[in-house]
Write a protein that binds this ligand. Structure first.
Ligand code: TXA
Ligand code: MG
Length: 336
């Protein structure tokens, strides 16, 4: 298949919308990561999304909307809190799991009675949804297991020849996928941390629980068991370890390794003697989030034996960065 490169102007938007209306699959920019979009009403198009990504068949998709009218097309029994959250955080990096309307193809939710919905904060994405008149199911536009794409070139590296088109736009400014919160669960549950933080959500959802998978890691000192490996994600080919420590301990630990690469904070850079990729200051979670996936894609080009990543704190947007990194590390966390 020839993957058409579309510009991110009106011409590209109109063409992307037409391809989607015709049942095609188009990678589109969003503020979090690029998404691989298809009509949420078209089972065949959804099947093609799963094939292009090599996505596990049991993993449901997020539906992207451009208006609150569209929300009532895709979800039913919408609680008042959902509307409050929408008024505060939409358009933006918050996905809400709600009860699914029958209009949404069953293949979107893989048989669940719920649907995950978000309104992205990206003008090109919103205009493509509006122009097509369709809610768009869109997982991250990467091959399953690889880091999510934050540039159009990341999308092409994974999916060129496998999808109908890519809208060539700028880098995703958030850099990690949206926060996923289930309002269909009682109490409401944070399923995936993102740029809308648990702390922000708790102002609206005082009984919010953090799902155990958010920070799931083997007990300290125990070997990684194979069930945890099942959730390895975002991983480079080079073996990756997450290191929780102070700057000086991180530097000493990594300097003692031969042929290692460090993904580190600005505060670590001066003293590191190994090849280093900096993902921001240790207090700047937003920059860490924005840079992380591109660095994880870059790491394999350096020909190292192992990569050691200095772990962020597990608060605010740092929780989202930490959550992606334990998966990239297949839960291999070193605490110094
Ligand atoms: O920022 C994002 O959310 C990006 C952009 C493209 O919008 N999309 C994204 O999609 O990250 P994906 O498919 O890579 O991740 C969707 C997540 C998965 O963890 C999936 O299991 C969860 O949302 N999810 C989807 N529908 C669900 C449902 N009905 N119940 C619970 N979890 C659901
Ligand atoms: Mg994904």
């Amino acid at each position: 298949m020839n993957t058409v490169r579309l510009p991110d102007n009106l011409f590209g938007i109109v063409n992307a919308a037409q391809i989607l209306k015709d049942g095609g699959v188009v990678a589109i920019p969003t503020e979090t990561v690029y998404g691989l979009a298809a009509s949420a009403y078209n089972d065949t198009a959804i099947a093609n999304v799963f094939t292009a990504k090599g996505r596990p068949q049991d993993n449901p998709l997020i539906v992207h909307i451009s208006s609150l009218e569209m929300l009532s097309e895709v979800a039913v029994d919408i609680p008042k809190t959902a509307l409050k959250l929408a008024a505060t955080f939409w358009p933006g990096p918050l996905t809400m799991v709600l009860n699914k309307s029958e209009k949404v193809a069953n293949s979107v939710s893989r048989g669940l009675s719920t649907v995950a919905v978000r309104m992205p904060k990206n003008e090109v994405a919103l205009k493509i949804i509006e122009e097509s008149g369709l809610p768009l199911a869109a997982p991250s536009a990467n091959v399953s297991g690889k880091p999510s794409p934050t540039t159009a070139n990341h999308v092409l590296a994974d999916l060129d020849g496998k999808i109908n088109a890519v809208v060539m736009s700028g880098s995703s400014e958030v850099g990690v996928e949206s926060t996923v919160v289930s309002l269909a669960a009682n109490p409401p549950a944070l399923l995936r941390p993102g740029a809308v933080t648990a702390e922000q959500l708790k102002e609206f959802l005082p009984n919010l629980v953090i799902d155990s998978a958010v920070l799931a890691e083997p007990e300290k000192g125990k070997a990684v068991s194979s069930p945890g490996m099942k959730y390895k994600h975002y991983a480079p080919k080079t073996e990756l370890f997450l290191v929780e420590s102070s700057s000086s301990d991180f530097v000493n630990f990594v300097n003692a390794k031969s042929n290692a690469v460090a993904i580190c904070f600005a505060e670590d850079l001066n003293n590191l003697k190994v090849k280093s990729l900096c993902y921001g200051s240790e207090t700047d979670f937003n920059t860490q989030a924005q840079k992380l996936f591109a660095l994880l894609r870059q790491v394999d080009e350096l020909g190292a034996n192992a990569v050691y990543v200095h772990a962020p704190e597990k608060s605010g947007v740092g929780l989202a960065v930490y959550n992606r990194l334990i998966r990239a590390a297949a839960f291999k966390v070193i605490k110094l």
